[in-house]
Design a binder for this molecule. Structure first.
Ligand code: BGC
Length: 758
């Protein structure tokens, strides 16, 4: 019986394999036939990706982009925000080009399309892969209804420097967590069938090491050892490739002295040969011509270099279009390379189903009924509340029903700022401010009074830089003192003060590096005045990066980090403040005590002189003026309830070869609220052929625990989790002693030891 069963399964697999092989063969045949008709110019046109031009509806044929499209000089266009415009341009391309090849439409759909989810750094704090995938699924479904077939997401650059504004776009400092997120997002965007009208191509970026920009200054130089690249910075990109990501964007920065946009080792050797990536590679925005500034040669040289490296598509640079013919004549590139790049772009279009129906993603009906729906917004609200990290709470939160709440601060009534950076598709005016969310939630059951209290920044110019792209916060021209007095008057008979402070939406994101990551002085002054009233104060912190919060941690009784939580921010924050949702987010990036500690990350090396005694210890690796500890460690986050970790139980302390180690630990909810806890597993390899980190995240488990309940949390550990790249860049594990740690964050762990031999 079993045998019959197996035979049937085997047969089925053969049939499926055959059908798939057939499908593949059909696709290649189609693309080959098409390419056999294409001129060199038309092939180069497919490699050209201009940004959207500003044509107005009905005027596409007179726009500057039209001439290029008509001449077959455009393969795709990005960041057009309307289904009507996209359809119009698609029709124009199909009807007016010789071979009727449809265009590819891309967009930065980074954390939602119109229904906006928390910024990626906030999403990563959920540690909930189901929610991450769900958010990407909704983003893909909304974007695809509006004509978008390709998103420039996920961004998985490892980040250890909160001065860099783009930390907001990524998943923080840990490769294991970021790899899991990459996989979930790609699954969410691409689903299992790229030709479905509600799935889109994903693009992992920025390959590679962009997060290691020196000094946290955007676009700056990066330089690191290969061992560090492979063990620490590469894994999330590789995880994306393993998850089947359709495209890869190369980064602006140099890698090992050669800009990524023209780095053959990076693209051809590592990405394509070692990782077997077979989708297409796109440059970043003018990344190819920027190689001239890097000092790599003239336009002719850098474009050939990029083609030789294996980059297929040129974003905005137009150099592939304008230089490649000459490079081909001069023998600097080959026709085979151009053909291959063109083939990869056409295959992506084929997989999307664009040759069957170029308008598959332009469905006005879907656009009208499936975007920014009540259901999607409810999901965004639910997901946003899971991203909040409770940094401190001295019995202030949750706020009980019936209280009078004074809501104060420049971010309290700032709906345009709720979506944070990179919310290209959003209609920010439709976002829910905290003032609205809290007022609605409290209803007749209490009272909310409001005062702005301060400007975002004292300096108008500084404020402008952080509130660009329609994220203005109106300035109040009264003196700082007058605004504070008003806030104090409004708070005078309140039971509790909620201070909505932090950064403007564009304080983080691209080209938003900062050397000072304190809460701006204008707001700190206000906060000090509020705390001085002696009333309970809850600081609701809006931020796109870790901030330095020493004073706040010492003096403010409660701090809830809400990042930029998206279009439904106000409702979601109200849910958390009033206890409808118990916060369960955990930090994916360490919060330093001061900027002098940066880069600061939990999985550092031990050094030859680790701090073993108390800080300060002479001739050990520490500072005179600040301890080595972060203010809040990686993995940290509180709850309205408390969790108690019992003792770790192991299936064995002596393991051999491919055995499995089973670890269980009881976690008890000792408080009075039901809550979610992210139980974290870390491992330290005590001795290695290269130096090994003091601990590395190797597992996590987010669980619901009712008040008073104990849950047994189980982890399965295999030697796969012990592997690392050695000095020959060989990926393997080494026999020896391992510390196995479990805890609620990277600092407060319980440790046991095992010995594992090959
Ligand atoms: C950014 C990318 C983005 C691209 C397209 C660039 O400036 O670095 O992350 O996808 O622009 O908007």
């Amino acid at each position: 019986m079993k045998r019959v069963h197996l035979t049937i399964v085997g047969l089925l697999l053969v049939v499926i394999g055959f059908a798939q092989g057939n499908k593949e063969a059909k696709m290649h045949q189609f693309v080959n036939v098409l390419m056999s008709k294409m001129t060199l110019e038309e092939k180069l046109g497919q490699l050209n990706l201009p940004a959207s031009s500003d044509f107005v509806t009905g005027a596409v044929s007179s726009s500057d982009i039209a001439d290029k499209v008509k001449a077959g000089k455009v393969g795709g266009v990005f960041n057009i925000r309307s289904v009507t415009k996209i359809k119009e341009l698609q029709q124009f391309a199909v009807n007016n080009t010789r071979l009727h090849i449809p265009l590819l439409f891309g967009m930065d759909v980074i954390h939602g399309y119109k229904t906006i989810f928390p910024i990626p750094l906030g999403m990563s704090a959920t540690w909930d892969m189901e929610l991450v995938e769900r958010s990407a699924r909704i983003a893909a479904s909304e974007a695809s209804a509006d004509g978008i077939q390709w998103t420039f997401s996920p961004m998985v650059d490892l980040t250890r420097d909160p001065r860099w504004g783009r930390v907001s776009e990524g998943n923080g400092e840990d490769a294991f967590l970021s790899s899991a997120i990459a996989k979930a997002m790609i699954q969410g965007y691409q689903g299992n069938d790229l030709s479905a009208p509600n799935t889109i191509l994903s693009c992992v970026k920025h390959y590679a090491l962009y997060g290691a920009a020196e000094g946290g200054r955007d676009y700056n130089t990066t330089d690191m050892s290969r061992v560090r690249m492979y063990n620490e910075y590469f894994p999330p990109y590789k995880a994306a490739v393993d998850a089947g990501v359709a495209s890869v964007m190369v980064s602006f920065n140099e890698v090992d002295g050669i800009p990524a946009s023209g780095n053959k080792w990076l693209v051809d050797d590592v990405l394509r040969k070692q990782w077997k990536f077979n989708g297409f590679v796109v440059s970043d925005y003018t990344g190819i011509p920027e190689m001239m500034n890097h000092g790599m040669g003239d336009a002719q040289t850098v474009n050939a270099m990029s083609m030789n490296a294996g980059v297929d598509m040129d974003m905005v640079g137009e150099g592939f279009l304008n230089t490649m013919k000459k490079s081909l004549q001069e023998g600097k590139v080959t026709l085979a390379q151009i053909n291959q790049a063109c083939e990869r772009i056409l295959i992506a279009k084929y997989q999307l189903g664009l040759f069957d129906d170029p308008y598959r993603y332009c469905n006005e009906q879907r656009s009208a009924t499936e975007v920014f729906t009540a259901a999607n917004r409810a999901e965004a609200r639910r997901i946003a509340a899971q991203s909040f990290v409770l940094l401190k709470n001295n019995n202030v939160l949750p706020i009980a029903a019936g209280k009078k709440i004074a809501l104060v601060g420049p971010l309290a009534n700032a709906k345009e700022n709720m979506t944070g950076t990179w919310s290209v598709g959003a209609d920010n005016a439709k976002s829910i401010s905290l003032l609205k969310g809290l007022t609605d939630a409290v209803g007749a059951n209490g009272k909310v009074v409001y005062a702005m209290g301060s400007n975002l920044e004292d300096d108008e110019e500084m404020q402008k830089r952080q509130t660009m792209f329609g994220k203005d916060i109106a300035r109040d021209n009264r003196t700082a003192e007058a605004m504070i007095q008003e806030a104090l008057a409004v708070s005078a008979d309140a039971d509790v003060i909620v201070a909505a402070l932090g950064e403007g939406a564009e304080s983080s994101g691209e080209s938003a590096s900062k050397s000072n990551i304190d809460i701006p002085e204008a707001q700190k002054r206000l906060l000090k005045a509020l705390v001085a009233t002696g009333k309970p104060v809850a600081l609701v912190l809006f931020n796109g990066r870790p901030l330095t919060l020493n004073w706040e941690n010492e003096n403010v009784p409660a701090i809830l980090d809400v990042w930029f939580a998206g279009s439904e921010a106000g409702d979601a924050i109200a849910d958390a403040l009033l206890g409808k949702v118990n916060p369960s987010g955990k930090l994916s990036m360490s919060f330093p005590q001061n900027v002098g500690q940066i880069p600061l990350y939990y999985n550092h090396k031990n050094t030859g002189r680790p701090l073993t005694g108390k800080w300060f210890s002479k001739f050990q690796s520490n500072y005179i003026d600040v301890s080595n500890e972060p203010l809040y460690p990686f993995g940290y986050g509180l709850s309205y309830t408390q969790f108690e970790y019992g003792d770790i139980q192991l299936s064995s302390k002596q393991l051999k070869g491919n055995q499995k180690l089973i670890l269980t630990i009881p976690v008890k909810n000792t408080g009075k609220y039901a809550g979610k806890e992210v139980v974290q597993l870390y491992i330290r390899d005590e001795v290695g052929s290269i130096t090994r980190p003091v601990k590395e995240l190797k597992g996590f488990n987010k669980i619901d625990i009712a008040a008073g309940e104990t849950k047994q949390v189980k982890f399965e550990i295999t030697p796969e989790l012990l592997k690392f790249y050695n000095t020959d860049l060989k990926f393997d594990w080494e026999s020896g002693d391992f510390q196995i740690m479990v805890g609620p964050n990277s600092r407060d762990v319980k440790t046991v030891k095992v010995n594992w031999v090959k």
